[in-house]
Design a protein around this ligand. Structure first.
Ligand SMILES: Cc1ncc(COP(=O)(O)O)c(C=O)c1O
Length: 388
């Protein structure tokens, strides 16, 4: 039996007529960049995430950059980022000329471990990027607690001010993998000062091309987002600030609006698939399954298991599954601090043991809403065959 890692065709077939007609409307209107379809999507997406402002962007990577750029990040600043994330989170910092400062993740939820903040924060820290990786929210309250230990106070806005020095640190969310995930009943995206989303086709909410979004509850920042994503311009021919072309395409807005209506249903289907994986695999000693934290509604963008004995066995399992026509993924086999492009930062193997463990042991199983029970049984049977 063939089990793909994701199946974009199955989803398209289920909503084909609606999608085709939404795209046709954009073609008829020739509103190819921004326009009504994007504005409609932005409004609906903001409502669903309980944030005041949302602006569509050209990608999640561009959204990462826009968030840090719009808060004024510049050379000399430090941005704290979990070592276990996709590299795009880090480009947000480097494109501003800032220095990424990596910290380790938890081995339970796989997100930023806030207890590491105390030694990572300096008087140059400008922002902390909390990535809600694999679909599970980071522990936002614990980040607040750690900042308050260091004498930073906030009025629940994601902006933290040091009581004595006045230094300001912004909390930023990277929600690329976590649309509609919840932290203590609150949706991600509005738990910080600025957040970014990706609509890369394979994401839980995926466009039919490149697309992303930035969100905030702050009116001042929202204006900056709107202006900076469009060449720093509010009025044609006048550029009041630096900017770039980070606009969303009309067709992507139209596709995303159609798909947004199904998002909750698709997440429930992912959660069911995750439960079935759990029921089938939870008694296997040699592996560790993802754990939904007690504070979280996990949206299972990825279902990452760990092979306890390490890289060699993990790689053999990967090969075995591939021979059985099961596609898997690695998220991520080289943690950010060990990427060659950051060698000048002086990190070394052993600096962030949890991220390194995950890189050596992790394997992402097929996960998408349309995944059939029989396919999950087959994947689990093959894992059991291999490990027994
Ligand atoms: C955690 C994370 N951040 C940012 C991005 C970048 O998103 P995009 O591919 O839309 O640029 C991704 C995409 O894979 C991601 O997983």
């Amino acid at each position: 039996m063939k089990v793909p890692f994701v199946d974009l065709k199955a989803q398209y077939q289920s909503i084909r007529e609606e999608i085709n007609s939404a795209i046709q409307n954009v073609l008829d209107s020739t509103s190819f960049i921004l326009g009504k379809s994007v504005a409609d999507f932005e409004r609906a997406f903001a409502v669903m995430h309980n944030v005041k402002y949302c602006y569509g962007t050209s990608s999640g990577t561009d959204g990462n950059h826009l968030c840090l750029w719009a808060i004024g990040t510049q050379p000399g600043d430090e941005i704290i980022i979990p070592a276990n994330t996709f590299i795009a989170t880090v480009w947000g910092a480097t494109l501003c000329g800032a220095k990424p400062v990596f910290i380790d993740c938890h081995l339970s939820g796989y997100n930023i471990d806030p207890s590491n903040l105390v030694k990572a924060i300096t008087n140059k820290t400008k922002a902390i990027v909390a990535v809600h990786l694999y679909g599970q929210p980071a522990d936002i309250e614990d980040i607040n607690v750690q900042l308050s230990i260091l004498n930073f106070e906030s009025e629940n806005t994601g902006v933290f001010k040091h009581k004595k020095t006045g230094q300001v640190i912004y909390l930023v969310e990277d929600c690329a993998q976590s649309h509609m995930a919840e932290y203590k009943g609150q949706r991600v995206g509005g738990l910080s000062y600025a957040s970014s989303f990706s609509f890369y086709p394979g994401k839980n909410l995926g466009a039919y091309g490149e697309a992303g979004a930035v969100c905030t509850n702050d009116e001042f920042l929202a204006d900056k987002f709107k202006i900076m994503r469009d060449h720093g311009s509010q009025q044609k021919y006048t550029h009041i600030t630096y900017g770039h072309n980070y606009r969303m395409e009309g067709i992507q807005g139209a596709v995303l609006s159609v798909k947004l209506k199904y998002l909750n249903k698709w997440i429930e289907m992912r959660r069911k698939a995750a439960k079935l994986y759990y029921d089938m695999l939870s008694n296997i000693e040699q592996i560790v399954l993802p754990k939904e934290m007690e504070y979280a509604r996990h949206v299972y963008h990825l279902y990452v298991i760990r092979v306890k004995s390490g890289r060699e066995k993990r790689d053999s399992l990967l090969k075995y599954l591939s021979e059985k026509e099961i596609s898997t993924g690695l998220h991520y086999p080289i943690p950010c601090h060990l990427q060659p492009c950051f060698s000048h930062l002086g990190y070394k193997k052993g600096d962030f043991l949890n991220s390194e463990t995950l890189a050596e042991q992790g394997i992402s199983l097929p996960m998408y809403p349309e995944l059939k029970n029989e396919q999950i049984y087959y994947v689990c049977d093959m894992i059991k065959n291999f490990l027994s």
